[in-house]
Design a protein around this ligand. Structure first.
Ligand code: 3PG
Length: 212
């Protein structure tokens, strides 16, 4: 049987935990907590020093899909790919980063905040985008307005998504998955509260199952 693609795996889990890892020693227990919580997917951001090394450590596991987040430059995309990242997420739409990812068959979810940016992404051949920062930009109301003219585009709303509103976002046909840091708070990692990561992750997975 063919392996599911990255898009298919993210679409199946419907959640994308956004993680800022304080130190590489947290990577292993964090991965264990996500897997135990029922969500073997991680977007490890490059906004901490430990990001790349953590991606490298986590990408060695075969029970977890690991991608890189906060990728702003081609150089970062290249380093993330070298570390084993299976996908790239960016807060904005950089044609250079998108083109590099497409050339290297690396799925990329660029951030969009406006119809012009969605148009730019589509022009480059991208049909799944991150809607960021979702809540600050009007949340579900804005997303519905985007979905009307861009009916062939799927969105991953991120920014202000939580257990409280995730089901409402996922109810929209245009939403492929929701991203967010609420399942893996940076403080929990620093304080080694991996049981908290597992608990909130499981709660989020259950909220998704209940909304299906
Ligand atoms: C991101 O980079 O995707 C955001 O920081 C996540 O937003 P959140 O912290 O509001 O979930």
């Amino acid at each position: 049987m063919p392996q599911p693609t990255v898009h298919e795996q993210i679409a199946a889990h419907r959640l994308l935990p956004v993680i800022a890892i304080p130190d590489v020693a947290a990577a292993g227990p964090l991965a264990d907590a996500l897997v135990a919580g029922g969500l073997p997917v991680a977007e490890v951001t490059l906004r901490t020093e430990a990001g790349l090394a953590s991606i490298e450590a986590m990408a060695k596991r075969d029970d977890l899909l690991v991608g890189a987040g906060t990728v702003l430059t081609v150089d970062q995309a290249e380093r993330a790919a070298d570390a084993g990242a299976k996908f790239i997420v960016a807060p904005g739409t950089s044609p250079a980063v998108i083109e590099w990812c497409l050339k290297h068959d690396l799925p990329i979810y660029p951030g969009v905040a406006t119809p012009s940016e969605i148009t730019q992404a589509v022009t480059l051949g991208i049909y799944v985008v991150k809607f960021f920062p979702a809540e600050a930009l009007g949340g579900i109301k804005t997303l519905k307005a985007f979905a009307a003219p861009f009916s062939n585009v799927k969105f991953v709303p991120t920014g202000g998504v939580s257990t409280a509103n995730v089901a409402d976002y996922l109810a929209l046909p245009a939403v492929l998955a929701c991203g967010g840091s609420w399942m893996v708070k940076k403080d929990w990692l620093a304080e080694r509260k991996f049981d908290e990561v597992e608990r909130v992750t499981r709660e989020a997975v259950q909220a998704v199952a209940a909304s299906a």
